[in-house]
Design a binder for this molecule. Structure first.
Ligand code: SAM
Length: 282
């Protein structure tokens, strides 16, 4: 149990909270929440559970999409007067598909210090254990709910050649998986569900197979969809040999190798040495 309150530097602390497992909160986040003058919550009832678990008694007040425009000037005034305020959402990192962007923007414009207190984020958690190429990825947030807007949104992502990460809800999962298969082709994907919770689950497969599975077994809970990048086609040794044997009937070794490299997407040197072997009857 963290029971140390400290004197916090004035400013806005953008504070990540657990996405399921209550243990996933940083020591620094608990100290800041205990020590701040105020905690701004997406939903005060949700944050009350976290505060009860960590004996955080700081006053709480709502900040969300419906009251943001009205309460923001007062919050900025408090910050300018030297308050230390934590901003939390219901789960994970504020601003990541959650409220807070305009508050952070206005605080920065007003010269207020804004500090991240990093921690859980469903997209990062899903990527960290999902097995998709992770050196680069594109976080696309929630696809639109209406089918026309969703197709347009997904088609716009077609040319992005890295792993795509989406947030989704159970009731819309199947429609989104079908729409992704239509927009991207039947790419390999993973559905990461209920991360850090009792029924945590990863399921992998082609988009169409995942859609079929969840059509029969409706998914409950919170979901991240990970779509792998389109795989460059790799030719098998048999395909390379077939191509080269055919090409060598009418072409010189060098030209056959060049044609194979271009058509099959393999290296010229590999195509050349295999073409030589075939020519020599190897
Ligand atoms: N700010 C949060 C974050 O940092 O991840 C995301 C908030 S967004 C309103 C909620 C969405 O995040 C859910 O619909 C789901 O797509 C995803 N999500 C949140 N918690 C999750 C969990 N435990 N497992 C899988 N996805 C989760």
């Amino acid at each position: 149990m963290v029971d140390t309150a400290i004197t916090l530097e004035p400013g806005l602390y953008v504070t990540a909270t657990p996405i399921g497992n209550l243990g996933d909160i940083t020591y620094r986040a608990v100290v800041a929440m205990k020590s701040a003058d105020l905690i701004l919550c997406e939903d005060t009832r949700q944050t009350a559970k976290l505060c009860a678990a960590y004996d955080i008694r700081t006053p709480r007040s709502p900040y969300h999409d419906h009251n943001g425009d009205r309460v923001r000037p007062g919050i900025i005034k408090k910050l300018q007067d030297g308050a230390s305020i934590c901003l939390v959402s219901d789960a994970g990192t504020p601003l990541i598909s959650d409220p807070g962007y305009k508050l952070v923007r206005d605080a920065r414009d007003a010269g207020v210090k804004v500090m991240p207190l990093p921690g859980p984020c469903a997209a990062i958690a899903a990527m960290s254990a999902g097995g998709a190429p992770s050196d680069q990825f594109f976080f696309a947030g929630f696809p639109p709910a209406k089918s026309g807007a969703r197709s347009k949104f997904l088609t716009g992502l077609f040319d992005i050649a890295v792993t795509l990460v989406f947030y989704e809800t159970g009731p819309r999962l199947v429609a989104s998986l079908h729409a992704m298969a239509a927009a991207f082709g039947d790419r390999h994907a993973a559905v990461a569900r209920e991360l850090t919770k009792m029924h945590e689950d990863y399921r992998e497969g082609p988009l169409s197979a995942l859609a079929e599975h969840y059509d029969h077994t409706p998914a409950k809970g919170e979901i991240v969809i990970i779509v792998h990048p389109d795989q460059p086609k790799t030719a098998s040794p048999e395909e390379i040999d077939r191509f080269l044997v055919d090409a060598l009937q009418t072409m010189r070794v060098k030209d056959a190798a060049n044609a194979a490299a271009q058509s099959l997407g393999i290296s010229r040197s590999i195509a050349y040495s295999r073409a030589l072997q075939l020519k020599d009857g190897a």
